[in-house]
Design a protein around this ligand. Structure first.
Ligand SMILES: [Zn+2]
Length: 318
């Protein structure tokens, strides 16, 4: 048992229940929004409440929302939504970049123009222990990213700061990875150098790959694997996503897997029309309506589904 902060108060890890391990409430570019977009706060909040309440009605109890700096996280809005739905929204701290750091950190840090202890670590620890801004909402886990550009200087600074914040707080770590470049191996090496407990690391987007040998290698080193982009069939078709999970279960890796859609109530990276055309099943209902029945048709038991949805996410926090 462990205590987990959420956007609407603290819960015990036993209350997480059926958990989608990677869903966003909002992904926004605030600067674009303020200058160019028709943003109706009340409408967007109401839409999010409806979508998340529907998720609860489909049997989901919690989501892990890895929206951090760089993705437009705004916790007062998320808290307002969380207070209106019977669904635990677990929020994160961290920074999302594939290359460079934002200029708020570029000149500040050890050995830099403004020489100081790593400000990223200090900020992450404060978000985890005291709360994000003045919201009083504490982040429950850390999030960063590495993609095709690899371990750039900016990405490495964030990854090491995330590792240091984990060591100081014990908070679990989620990293956006690209399984096609095997960047999960880089994550494991760097975080091990920082002293991170490998069983507290969730490598997101492993489910974009069908390379079971590579995924098994990542799991053997202790990580959880995010099979977390159901609905993004353009990146990997549905049947292959299901098949990869079944094959990992057959090889004994069921207790290393979590599932999700990586969907959002609203994301401004493209229009809703384009998203619906390119990825028509990329929504919060897909796992409950399509994925779980398909996994059971391929032989997974109710206990296996509980392992994916309940036991594995819970263990990350205990
Ligand atoms: Zn995501």
């Amino acid at each position: 048992m462990a205590t987990i902060p959420t956007a609407a108060g603290t819960i015990d890890s036993s209350e997480l229940g059926r958990t989608l391990a990677h869903e966003h409430v909002f992904v926004l570019g605030t600067e674009y929004q303020q200058n160019y977009q028709d943003w109706d706060e009340e409408t967007r909040v109401a839409e999010a409440v409806t979508a998340l309440a529907e998720l609860k009605s489909l049997g989901i109890d919690s989501i892990l929302d890895p929206t951090v700096l760089g993705l437009g996280r705004y916790v007062p809005r998320v808290r307002r939504i969380a207070e209106q739905v019977d669904l635990n929204i677990v929020v994160a701290t961290g920074l999302y970049t594939f290359c460079d750091l934002p200029f708020q950190f570029h000149y500040n840090g050890p050995g830099l123009l403004f020489d100081m202890p790593e400000p990223l670590t200090e900020l992450f620890v404060r978000d985890l222990t005291e709360g994000i801004g003045d919201t009083g909402v504490r982040a429950a886990f850390l999030k960063c990213a590495i993609d095709t550009p690899g371990l750039t200087p900016g990405v490495e600074r964030v990854l090491r700061a995330v590792g240091q914040a984990h060591v100081r707080t014990g908070a679990p770590v989620m990293v956006h990875t690209n399984p096609h470049t095997q960047s999960g191996l880089v994550v494991q090496r760097v975080l091990a150098e920082e002293g991170v407990d490998p069983s507290k690391v969730l490598l997101a987007h492993c489910g974009d790959s069908t390379d079971v040998d590579h995924l098994a290698e990542l799991a053997d080193a202790g990580s959880l694997l995010g099979m977390d982009r159901f609905g993004l069939d353009e990146l990997l078709p549905f049947e292959q996503r299901v098949d990869t999970i079944v094959r990992l279960f057959e090889r004994g890796y069921g207790d290393h897997l979590v599932i999700a859609h990586d969907a959002s109530c609203h994301i401004d990276w493209y229009t809703p029309q384009d998203a619906a055309r390119v990825a028509p099943r990329w929504h919060f209902r897909h796992i409950s309506e399509d994925v779980l029945p398909a996994l059971k048709a391929r032989g997974l038991s109710d206990d296996d589904v509980d392992t994916l949805l309940v036991a594995n996410p819970r263990r990350l926090f205990e």
